[in-house]
Design a protein around this ligand. Structure first.
Ligand SMILES: [Zn+2]
Length: 247
C-alpha cells in the first residue's frame, strides 16, 4: 500500500484521531477505490464526503445535462453549468475540493452494458441511482464480482440505506424481486433528505474499507425526517433469488 504523505497527514489530522481508524485506516482509504452511480442528490454528497475522507480513486457515472430543477439537491452542480453535462460540473467541484483525488468519469448512467466493467475495477460500489433498472444492473454486477454494495435510496422525506455483501447478506433482488409499480425518476424530495442517506452510506463505506465495524450488512436503516424516526430492521435472503440464490 502507498503510505500517507505529510500533506495527507495534515489534511486528515482530525479524523486520524477517531478511535479504531488512525493512520492505518487512512492508508487503507487512500489505497481504495469506489464507484458511485450518479452524482445527483444522493451520489453528489456521497462523492463529496468520500473525497473529503481521502479515498484514493473515484469512478463516477452520470449521464445528461444539468437542469434548473436539479439545483434543489445536486450539491456538486453549479448554477452556471445549466445545459452542460452534469458529470463535468461534478468532476470540477471534486477536483477543486480535493486535488489529490483520482477521478474517472463516465458521462452515462449505469446499465447492463457498462456495469460489469465498472464494478470489476473498484473495491466498493455506492448505488445512488433513482431507477430500479440501474440499481438492478448494479446489483447483478456486484453479486457476479463479489463486490460490496452500499445501496441508498430516498423518497419525499424518507430514506433508507443497506450494505450488501454478496454471498453473505441479502442482495437488492432479495429485497425487491421486481421494480415497485409506479416508480419513476421524478419524485418529491428536499435536498437534505438524500444528504442524510449519503452521509450514512459514506460512513458504512469508510468503516468497511478501513476495517471498522459493526455495519448495516444484512440490515436496512430507515429514516423519516417528517417524524424524525429512525429504525434498523433485519433483511432476509431469498433462497430462490434470481440473482444471488442457490441454483
Ligand atoms: Zn438476492
Amino acid at each position: 500500500m502507498i503510505p500517507l504523505t505529510d500533506e495527507e497527514k495534515a489534511v486528515y489530522e482530525w479524523q486520524l484521531w477517531v478511535r479504531g481508524f488512525g493512520e492505518d485506516g487512512q492508508t487503507r482509504l487512500k489505497n481504495a477505490s469506489a464507484l458511485v452511480s450518479r452524482v445527483g442528490g444522493l451520489g453528489g454528497p456521497v462523492a463529496l464526503e468520500l473525497a473529503a475522507a481521502g479515498i484514493g480513486r473515484l469512478v463516477l457515472a452520470h449521464g445528461g445535462d444539468l437542469r434548473p430543477s436539479d439545483l434543489n439537491r445536486q450539491v456538486l452542480m453549479t448554477h452556471d453549468w445549466i445545459g452542460k453535462p452534469r458529470i463535468e460540473s461534478a468532476v470540477q467541484r471534486l477536483k477543486a475540493f480535493n486535488p489529490r483525488l483520482e477521478i474517472e468519469a463516465l458521462p452515462e448512467n449505469i446499465s447492463d452494458a457498462n456495469a460489469d466493467a465498472l464494478v470489476a475495477g473498484v473495491d466498493i460500489v455506492f448505488d445512488c441511482a433513482p431507477l430500479f433498472q440501474e440499481r438492478f444492473a448494479m446489483n447483478r454486477a456486484c453479486v457476479a464480482h463479489r463486490k460490496p454494495l452500499v445501496d441508498a435510496a430516498m423518497f419525499e422525506m424518507e430514506g433508507q440505506v443497506t450494505l450488501i455483501i454478496p454471498g453473505e447478506t441479502p442482495c437488492l433482488a432479495c429485497i425487491y424481486p421486481e421494480s415497485p409499480p409506479g416508480w419513476k425518476r421524478q419524485f418529491p424530495v428536499f435536498g437534505a433528505v438524500p444528504c442524510l442517506a449519503a452521509a450514512i452510506a459514506v460512513m458504512e463505506g469508510i468503516k468497511l474499507l478501513s476495517g471498522m465495524g459493526p455495519s448495516l450488512a444484512g440490515k436496512m436503516l430507515y429514516y423519516d425526517t417528517r417524524t424524525m424516526r429512525m429504525r434498523t430492521l433485519p433483511l432476509a435472503r431469498r433462497r430462490d433469488c434470481a440473482v444471488c440464490g442457490e441454483t
